[in-house]
Design a protein around this ligand. Structure first.
Ligand SMILES: Nc1ncnc2c1ncn2[C@@H]1O[C@H](COP(=O)(O)OP(=O)(O)O)[C@@H](O)[C@H]1O
Ligand SMILES: [Mg+2]
Length: 287
């Protein structure tokens, strides 16, 4: 049933990979994201502008885990890139706590579907890159080993990205985003390219990090099971121009079991909503 989530208070997942001595991580603060009246369109060659987002209003509470789902091309990545500050809205505003988002910032970490590691740099250098970009390397380099531990990549410091499996490369990308202790972690289909077993393991890894670290996490996924397994709330977007179709609060505790009746009930409801979202425009009969 869709009821109030237990959220961060239900810390029943064990944390075998998390080192106990990580005061800098637990000192981490989460941030609230407010999206008010946001419109975004893109110019097209020889065609009218494409309206991607129309009047989006959302609030993600500090420490929440949000899953963003919706039809392909509806504007999920655009919304994430707006929060990251990589693109700016045409109208409306986005805030992280009291500050308006006007560009990229280290307090908002972004992980893409493709790990996007620098192939010519070692894993250590890839993870250190975040600190260098922020201008705190080498002053804060003593923190790097804790992030290798956090994502289970100890021993791979000198390896290059092509030495790693897809799951390991994605862990490295996650560590690179986390090394600056972001208040908000933005994940754009981060597990989409992984095989089913690695994907389920990574879901647990991300949940452990989130439960320990406490940052607000917004994850785009097209996998309904993944969204129910991981999120406090699921935001369902409609087809372009995207509107918020539904916001569903998960009423099931953690850790979740994919076979539980409550889980399957939610799954059936969300699949029904998704079926209607994105099929409102009738297809021409000759297609
Ligand atoms: N920089 C851009 N320039 C032009 N069109 C873009 C740009 N970014 C995204 N779009 C278009 O906006 C729409 C939504 O894209 P996106 O946010 O990537 O969708 P989703 O992640 O939901 O699949 C798509 O039609 C895409 O082609
Ligand atoms: Mg996308």
């Amino acid at each position: 049933m869709v009821t109030k989530s237990k959220g961060l208070n239900s810390k029943t997942v064990t944390l075998p990979l998390i080192p106990q001595e990580t005061p800098s991580l637990s000192a981490q603060k989460a941030g609230t994201i407010r999206i008010q009246g946001v419109h975004k369109s893109f110019p097209q060659f020889d065609a009218p502008d494409i309206i991607v987002l129309a009047d989006i209003n959302l609030e993600f509470k500090a420490g929440e885990f949000i899953a963003l789902i919706g039809p392909s091309g509806c504007g999920k990545s655009t919304l994430l890139r707006l929060i990251a500050g990589l693109v700016l809205p045409d109208k409306g505003r986005l805030n992280l706590d009291d500050a308006e988002i006007g560009g990229p910032g280290y307090e908002r970490g972004l992980v893409f579907q493709d790990p996007t590691l620098f192939p010519w740099k070692t894993i250590y250098e890839n993870i250190a890159f975040g600190l260098r970009a922020r201008g705190v390397y080498p002053r804060e380099k003593t923190r790097i080993p804790e992030f290798f531990k956090l994502v289970g990549l100890e021993g791979f410091e000198r390896s290059y990205p092509h030495h790693l499996s897809g799951g390991m490369a994605q862990r490295a990308a996650l560590a690179r985003a986390l090394v600056n202790k972001p208040k908000v972690l933005l994940l754009d289909e981060p597990l989409g390219a992984l095989d089913a077993f690695t994907r389920m393991n990574m879901q647990d890894e991300i949940l452990k990090i989130w439960e320990h670290h406490g940052m607000t996490t917004i994850m785009v996924t097209h996998d309904v099971d993944e969204a129910i397994y991981m999120a406090d709330r699921i935001v369902v977007m409609s087809s372009r121009p995207a509107k918020i179709e539904q916001i569903l609060q998960m009423g099931i505790g953690r850790p979740r079991q994919r076979g539980d009746p409550d889980f399957l009930d939610l799954r059936a409801k969300i699949l029904k909503i998704l079926h209607f979202a994105g099929t409102k425009q009738e297809l021409p009969y000759y297609l």
